[in-house]
Design a protein around this ligand. Structure first.
Ligand SMILES: Nc1ncnc2c1ncn2[C@@H]1O[C@H](COP(=O)(O)OP(=O)(O)O)[C@@H](O)[C@H]1O
Ligand SMILES: NC(=O)OP(=O)(O)O
Length: 334
């Protein structure tokens, strides 16, 4: 039976780390991504898509800075909205093309999405969300000293500028998104975690300089539209224990309490796998059937039970640990 699935697309579904990020490169990656999403739609599932924007929004900031003497620089919230448009456009075009090839005629539509955040969120004092390209330490130190920017070393991959990343509190366009989903449309929403806005006491809204984590916003979206499954597609096929060490152990089907223990033990890095695992746990704890963390090419296999990290509720009746994962999964209706 088809499930309602929120798919959160990671950075490399759109831009590979070694690429410059030219429009044609990003479109090619999105076409490959659309091919995988097509398989999931063709299998009978109802799909809602969200996506990251870290590389794109960081590049836009660099363009604002470089051209500010000639045309006004746009603030980060406006840049966020631009990335929803550019990535949404590419997904719409690529997915429509792929679906037409197999005679599926669902509409594919992006919703410019604003997400409420708390003005007093501590994240505004501690910028932690990496955006834009990776640089060497020398460049990073120069930007810290000369421009008073915040930079960090990002998980052994190089240095990146960081911006505040407050917790999402609510999706302003949720009613429109729900209505579109009901029509059978494949909706792209909360792109880049949504455009962060605050609401003043007088009822006015204001965009703020931040980038929301798309896995956290995607989890909220999944809860709000009552998705069965929250699926995070990233670079790696599994969340792992002792990641990148000789003792690495990939996690397959894992109960919430087990995963929480691993999280507390510090197996999932802040700013990368950490928010994915936290969001996945939140989804399942708040009533979702299961959350999946895997790589793009494993999406359908993970739905068919034999791949990826699959987080299930503790009280999952279909799970019998005495039988082991493979046998339990083969016997279950998950
Ligand atoms: N325990 C872990 N298991 C698997 N990957 C991990 C783990 N801890 C950190 N990572 C890193 O997290 C990365 C995914 O996070 P990130 O690059 O932020 O994803 P995305 O851009 O796809 O949203 C993986 O490519 C991997 O390098
Ligand atoms: N907004 C966001 O989380 O983007 P990335 O996934 O590209 O970092």
């Amino acid at each position: 039976m088809g499930k309602r699935i929120v798919i959160a697309l990671g950075g490399n579904a759109i831009k590979q780390p070694e690429e410059e990020g030219k429009a044609e490169e990003q479109l090619k990656n999105i076409q490959n991504t659309a091919e995988e999403i097509k398989k999931i739609v063709k299998a009978g599932h109802e799909v809602v898509i969200t996506h990251g924007n870290g590389p794109q929004v960081g590049s836009l900031l660099i363009q604002q800075e470089a051209a500010k003497e000639e045309v006004p620089a746009m603030p980060l919230d406006v840049c966020g909205s631009q990335t929803q448009g550019q990535i949404g456009y590419m997904i719409q075009q690529a997915l429509r093309e792929k679906l037409e090839q197999v005679e599926i005629d669902n509409s594919v539509i992006s919703v410019i999405t604003q997400v409420l955040v708390d003005e007093d969120d501590e994240a505004f004092k501690n910028p932690a969300k990496p955006v834009g390209p990776f640089y060497g330490e020398k460049h990073a130190k120069k930007m810290i000293e000369k421009k008073d920017e915040d930079w960090i070393e990002d998980a052994g991959r190089g240095w990146r500028k960081v911006v505040p990343s407050p917790i999402p509190k609510g999706i302003l366009e949720i009613d429109a998104i729900k209505s579109l989903v009901k029509t059978g449309a494949i909706v792209i929403a909360s792109g880049g975690g949504g455009i962060p806005v605050i609401k003043h006491e007088d009822g006015t809204y204001q965009g703020v300089e931040a980038v929301i984590d798309k896995d956290r916003a995607g989890e909220q979206l999944a809860e709000e539209i009552e998705a069965d499954i929250f699926m995070v597609l990233t670079e790696v096929p599994y969340a792992a224990l002792n990641f990148n060490t000789p003792e690495q152990k990939n996690l397959n089907v894992t109960k919430v309490s087990e995963m929480k223990k691993y999280l507390q033990e510090g197996h999932f890095a802040d700013g990368s796998m950490g928010p994915k695992v936290e969001s996945a746990l939140e989804f399942v704890e708040n009533g979702g059937q299961k959350a999946i963390i895997t790589s793009l090419d494993n999406g359908l296999k993970a739905l068919n039970k034999n791949n990826g990290t699959i987080i299930i509720p503790d009280n999952c009746e279909e799970f019998d640990s005495s039988k082991g994962y493979e046998e339990t999964l083969a016997a279950s209706n998950f």
